[in-house]
Design a protein around this ligand. Structure first.
Ligand code: GRF
Length: 204
């Protein structure tokens, strides 16, 4: 009997276009996973609606109800365990993940960032690339550790920065690549193809 599909949780704070790319990959059979739960720190996040449309549990957890990063992540952890989650994908999740989650899900939390890390970590990465005068930028899928945008790199895609680009036009070019490589990276995890050795992620 084949192994059960990966049970995936997505944490998202906003628009959720990466979540949608993941949902589409599941629906089209490119990603062998079940969307076990989508959790947001924003009640109005369109990502929650996308989850509901797909028929996945969509949970808003109010940070004000559980002050403190560790306490909030402990509540998230309860939901992850309740839904028997095997991998957590951050997709536009605008909170820093604490040790509580990182220890419980060691090497099982991924993030996508809109730059070629280690260049331009943090907020407004596309604007940072423009301001720096970079000729290439792109996106990175990486495992999450305690630092912001610092974990071992799984997958990257590069795009050119073009004459006349604005942050919005560069964002759109990068986003198209995000939507391609994030489901791919999750599928590699689902197939058991990823091993971590120090900072390096080996893909079998
Ligand atoms: C993406 O650019 C992602 O790389 C970054 O936040 C944005 C989220 O977009 N971490 P969306 O909510 O997935 O549309």
């Amino acid at each position: 009997m084949p192994d059960a599909p990966l049970r995936l949780a997505v944490l998202a704070s906003g628009r959720g276009s990466n979540l949608q790319a993941i949902i589409d990959a599941i629906t089209e059979g490119r990603l062998r996973a079940v969307l076990a739960v989508v959790i947001s720190n924003k009640a109005e996040a369109p990502a929650l609606e996308r989850a509901r449309t797909h028929g996945a549990p969509a949970v808003f957890l109010d940070p004000k109800a559980t002050p403190g990063r560790d306490a909030y992540d402990a509540v998230i952890l309860e939901h992850l365990r309740k839904h028997d989650v095997g991998l957590v994908a951050l997709a536009g999740y605008m909170k820093i993940v604490s040790r509580v989650l990182i220890d419980a899900y060691a090497n099982r939390i991924m993030n996508i960032h809109p730059s070629l890390l280690p260049a331009f970590p943090g907020l407004a990465a596309q604007q940072q690339a423009l301001d720096w005068g970079a000729k290439m930028s792109g996106c990175t899928v990486h495992f999450v550790e305690e630092g912001v945008d610092t974990g071992p790199i799984i997958q990257q895609a590069a795009v050119p920065v073009l004459e006349g680009d604005t942050a919005a036009s560069l964002e759109a070019r990068i986003l198209a690549q995000e939507h391609r490589i994030y489901p791919e990276a999750i599928q590699l995890f689902a197939e058991g193809c990823l091993t971590i050795e120090g900072r390096r992620v080996h893909i079998r």
